[in-house]
Design a protein around this ligand. Sequence first.
Ligand SMILES: *Cc1c(COP(=O)(O)O)cnc(C)c1O
Length: 395
Amino acid sequence: MSKKAIPYGRQNITDEDIQTVIETLQSDYLTQGPKIKQFENEFAEYVGSKYAVAVSNGTAALHLSTLALGVKPGDKVITSPITFAASANCVRYCGGEVIFSDIDSSTYLLDIKKLRSLLEASPKGTYKGIIPVDFAGRAVNLELFRKLAAEHDLWIIEDACHAPGGSFLDSNNKQQFCGNGRFADVSIFSFHPVKHIACGEGGMITTNDEKLYHKLLQLRTHGIVKEADSFENSIENAGGKGSYPNWYMEMQDLGFNYRLTDMQAALGISQLTRAEIGLFRRREIAINYYKAFADCPYIKGQSGIVEGHAYHLYVIEVDNRLGLYNYLRENKIFAQIHYYPCHLMPYYKNIGWREGDLSSAEKYYKHCISLPMYPILSNDEQQYVIDTIKSFLHE
Ligand SMILES: *Cc1c(COP(=O)(O)O)cnc(C)c1O
């Protein structure tokens, strides 16, 4: 029997990871150095996008995205209630209004039929954008979302924090990777230690839109521009003669310091080389869970085996969720709940959301529990988790 505590997710740091961070600490740059661009290029290649912008965390990635897309006070933006609060909060940072739309009870993702009804119930122009979430690592079919968004003039921010390497099959049966820039205006990722790639803190924005890319770069560093052909003040005013002096730069917009450091980027680069191996292992673990519970009537729903699923989480639904959660804890298995519906958080209740507004999300919350899922979970540990769940639920 395993006596080591088993969390629901954890990072995997190798000697190679540690070595690369040490080398960066000994180099000329701790931040704003060459590791950032390298990480951006390699990440863009991994997901198949044209551009990538590394930022300090996933929440900063969301905030910069809503800023770059021009969210203004009063703008209505739609997202899922079954997500980490940051997917919604980024709209509030810009003074926009969050509209939660219900999930599909079988995929746990935004229900596109309900979304269509919501959009069609109001005149065009009522909503500005949608933030679909690849919840648990299951890729949203963004081809369908893009079609719907185009009918209603909406932009799309894909929250792909759970799904680097995830994909869906498009209408031509072609694999479309999360964050590849084909359907979403921007996609965002997080490198928090429980996610697939760990930087400590860290985030990435991917896009195929050159204009948005430059806007994001500018907003990441205080809204400052360094290219002479975009300067607004005159050469004379800047103190130059014939051309702008070398030191000169302009703050043209109100931006932030949302930069990633070179140490974090070095760790990210090293982690990225193992992303596919990690994904493979996550899928093995998912298959083991699925098979173990396929014939158990007390399991009311589970993530199952889904092509392209990146399995950040493996969720099962049970009747006695609290009992199971506590029993697992007593046995040193630290399962987790993802998520308490965002619209019922006191902050969102205080601005008008109520229990009963989104019945599928609320029903899902009563039963869901996320089981341990991370590449270095051993087969023995997983078997222990499965046996412990069965021994509780059989009673
Ligand atoms: C982790 C996460 C975020 C935020 O990322 P941070 O790096 O923690 O700021 C946003 N959305 C989802 C779905 C997440 O899982």
